[in-house]
Write a protein that binds this ligand. Structure first.
Ligand SMILES: [Zn+2]
Length: 242
């Protein structure tokens, strides 16, 4: 029932391009910066189909983050019925690689639910072979139009890389994957440098993902967009940085 309704609405949206009702399409003022497009429509995440563009998915994803920041969570797709709905096949629209940090719960930060996000997490959001393979699965096999590497404020893995102290067990392997992101010439103890390194690490890991021929082909064909983002623990906001 729900699926049929969603598909019908999607078709109407596609051919009619009209807002059909509250909650279906959000009208957003794009400010006077671009007077040619006074209003822009963000298609709700639920309405995006297999032909969704990377930019449409990104807009819908960030709209969820705005709800989170505004403390207006809708908590979509978070009930057991949704598990049944996607039990035969998953069709996530986004692949996200983020840090394991307990303060970065992706479904909450983006106000999404079951079956929406294909997620890879490790300390420091580093793209090592298994992570790259997982994201190739997300982008190439599952066909997510959008891929995001999400760094975050106060990342302990980046802090450890900056400190450069010996670490027990295999924790050092994480730090080693981050160290090329450090601007050694200008390194200092400031908060600014810490944040800058977190952002540089996001870009470094994106470069590693783009070195994957499988992902790079998808990017070249316009089927996949890989973006970098930074999550603030102070504001809850996810900012696109690359
Ligand atoms: Zn972290």
């Amino acid at each position: 029932m729900r699926n049929k309704f969603a598909i019908a609405r999607r078709k109407l949206l596609k051919f009619g391009a009209f807002a059909l009702g509250a909650g279906l399409v959000t009208k957003v003022n794009t400010s006077s910066a671009n007077p040619k497009t006074k209003t822009e429509t963000i298609i709700a995440f639920e309405e995006l189909g297999e032909d969704a563009t990377p930019d449409q998915v990104l807009e819908a994803l960030l709209a969820g983050n705005k709800r989170f920041v505004a403390n207006e969570l809708e908590a979509p797709n978070q009930d057991f019925a949704r598990v049944r709905e996607v039990s035969t096949e998953q069709k996530p629209l986004v692949s996200i690689m983020s840090c394991s940090d307990s303060r970065v719960p992706l479904a909450v930060v983006f106000d999404r639910g079951i079956g929406d996000l294909f997620v890879v997490r490790d300390a420091g959001n580093i793209a090592t072979p298994e992570e790259i393979g997982s994201l190739e699965f997300g982008g190439y096999v599952l066909g997510t139009p959008l891929m995001m590497v999400l760094g975050h404020e106060k990342c302990g893995a980046v802090k450890a890389a900056l400190e450069g102290k010996p670490l027990p067990g295999q924790i050092g392997s994480i730090v080693a994957a981050i160290q090329p992101a450090i601007d050694r010439e200008n390194q200092n103890d400031s908060e600014e440098f810490y944040i800058e390194t977190i952002k540089r690490n996001v870009k470094l890991q994106i470069d590693r993902l783009k070195a994957s021929p499988l992902l790079n082909d998808l990017v070249q064909q316009g089927k996949l967009k890989i973006v970098g983002a930074y999550y603030s623990l102070q504001t809850g906001e996810v900012e696109i940085i690359a």
